[in-house]
Write a protein of this length. Structure first.
Length: 277
């Protein structure tokens, strides 16, 4: 696939992003019903993994959820719904922007290590090490040799984490150009959200074609059996939020089974207590 900072990508070959149905929607009632059930299940799993409940409480494998996606694709809203029902002592949320001067003195993966969860823990990362093959690639902050080498470094990094027991969940939130523009304009007009919109957001939008090429290559080269990508249709915030929470639950259930661990059963009727924890 062609690459390189600033490359013109007219007539891009259709990729995985083009297969997503951005017309998927949920009503307010559907969102509330599915989100309540999913959040209840997530709380039960989280307490079980943290060794807080169960007949013989024991800590489970670490869970790390990373979010990537277009500007204004709804990452913040999805993260909020994911962690809102959880005890803040049991989950860490970390946001990553451009590396600082000191961070640039180290290998690009160095700054992420302190935020990773240990056994019994959970972390949610808003942006991640994939910045190396996305924004750093497109904007020329990394040389071509650096970002091309990063694919192998990322794969080995994730392979190591999963081999040590981590359940790694990776999201790309996809958004149509039209919906992104509408959200940009709403942010521009809302005094409480205007701070979310920057000149950089507009510049990135102008380079969407180049970013799409980088995203497709990232998905192609780093979607693995041990750390697969989950693509989220983001034009509907309700759909995206529910899909994210349900996907994390499925990943935890599958991760426990793959490791030969017991998936903790949820007591019948617990969903009736949703919101009371």
């Amino acid at each position: 696939m062609p690459g390189g900072p600033g490359a013109v990508q007219s007539g891009r070959v259709a990729g995985r992003l083009d297969t997503l149905d951005l017309g998927l929607r949920l009503s307010r009632a559907q969102e509330a019903e599915r989100l309540t059930a999913a959040q209840t299940r997530l709380v039960w799993l989280r307490l079980s993994l943290g060794g807080q409940i169960g007949d013989e409480p024991a800590i489970g494998p670490p869970v790390c959820v990373i979010f990537e996606g277009w500007d204004a694709s709804g990452k913040g809203g999805c993260i909020k719904r994911l962690v809102a029902p959880l005890d803040p002592r049991h989950v860490r949320v970390a946001s990553f922007a451009a590396p600082t001067y000191d961070e640039k003195r180290h290998h690009f993966l160095w700054r992420f290590w302190p935020m990773l969860p240990g056994w019994g823990g959970m972390a949610v990362l808003d942006r991640s090490w994939y910045g190396r093959v996305l924004v750093e690639r497109v904007e020329g902050f990394a040389t071509e040799e650096q970002w091309r080498r990063a694919y192998d470094e990322i794969l080995e990094f994730e392979r190591t984490l999963v081999a040590e027991g981590m359940i790694l969940v990776k999201f790309w939130l996809h958004l149509s150009e039209g919906e992104q523009l509408r959200r940009f304009e709403r942010r521009r007009l809302d005094p409480l959200k205007h701070w979310k919109l920057t000149d950089e957001d507009w510049r990135n939008r102008e380079k969407r074609g180049t970013y799409e090429v980088a995203v497709e290559e990232m998905l192609d080269r780093t979607d693995t059996q041990f750390a697969p990508w989950s693509l989220v249709e983001g034009d509907s915030k309700r759909w995206a939020r529910v899909k994210v929470v349900e996907t994390v639950i499925d990943a935890i259930d599958r991760g426990l089974r793959d490791r030969g661990l017991t998936v903790p059963p949820q007591p019948p009727g617990l969903e009736k207590r949703a919101g009371t924890w």
